[in-house]
Write a protein that binds this ligand. Structure first.
Ligand SMILES: C[S@@+](CC[C@H](N)C(=O)[O-])C[C@H]1O[C@@H](n2cnc3c(N)ncnc32)[C@H](O)[C@@H]1O
Length: 203
């Protein structure tokens, strides 16, 4: 098994062999691997078909992709405003970003258009739960809500005027401050569900 990404820092996290490379021009000869699989990559690419054609070149049996539908994420939280604010932020993100971050089940259509056969799709829901006892990561993430850092970093990919996004961020930070208060009281609970689609095809 060989890991591949264009981000050297991410590859440094792997124990096994890893090769830095671009999904559009994989640094491997034709038919090198039984299976080429990616996760949450196609949603980030302007031309996902091009990457899939490259995967099919490098695979001699199968290609698989595990891609979310970010338009169908649901959030339930003990902070009343959080679910609705997450929905509003998501809507702005979905119309601002220039790749198909809601690809999900439609990944199968891309497999078909690059000539893969025997395509199967299976859905699984990834559920992220934050509840006591909180991990360091949970506490950090709740702190980021109160600072509005996440929305600031995504600003370029969110639709809306500066005034609209500033207003959303102000409400978001207020929601974050309530989340911090609830964490300190050991009362904060949040459940986020993201539908992922596992698509497999034969070369
Ligand atoms: C959402 S992350 C998913 C990371 C990992 N696959 C996972 O599931 O945890 C998207 C990854 O795609 C990588 N990426 C984006 N465009 C790429 C490209 N053209 N070639 C290779 N990797 C790319 C990014 O570096 C990032 O690590």
């Amino acid at each position: 098994m060989v890991g591949c990404d264009r981000d050297a820092d991410l590859l440094a996290e792997l124990d096994g062999p890893a090769v830095r490379g671009d999904a559009y021009r994989l640094p491997f000869p034709d038919d090198t691997f039984d299976l080429v699989v990616c996760q949450a990559l196609l949603i980030n690419l302007p031309d996902p078909e091009r990457a899939l054609r490259e995967f099919a070149r490098v695979a001699d049996q199968r290609v698989a992709a595990i891609e979310p539908d970010n338009s169908a994420v649901s959030v339930a939280s003990t902070v009343d405003a959080e679910g609705e604010l997450a929905r509003r932020a998501r809507r702005r993100y979905l119309s601002g970003v220039d790749t198909d971050v809601a690809l999900g089940a439609d990944t199968a259509d891309l497999f078909e258009s690059v000539g893969l056969s025997g395509i199967t799709t299976r859905r699984y829901d990834q559920t992220l739960v934050v509840e006591p006892p909180y991990s360091d990561r949970d506490v950090r993430e709740v702190g980021r809500k109160a600072s509005g850092a996440g929305l600031r970093e995504r600003r370029e990919t969110m639709a809306g005027t500066d005034a609209e996004l500033d207003a959303l961020r102000a409400e978001w930070r207020e929601m974050g401050r309530e989340a911090v208060r609830q964490v300190q009281a050991g009362e904060y609970r949040r459940r986020e569900t993201v539908p992922f689609y596992v698509v497999v095809g034969s070369v």
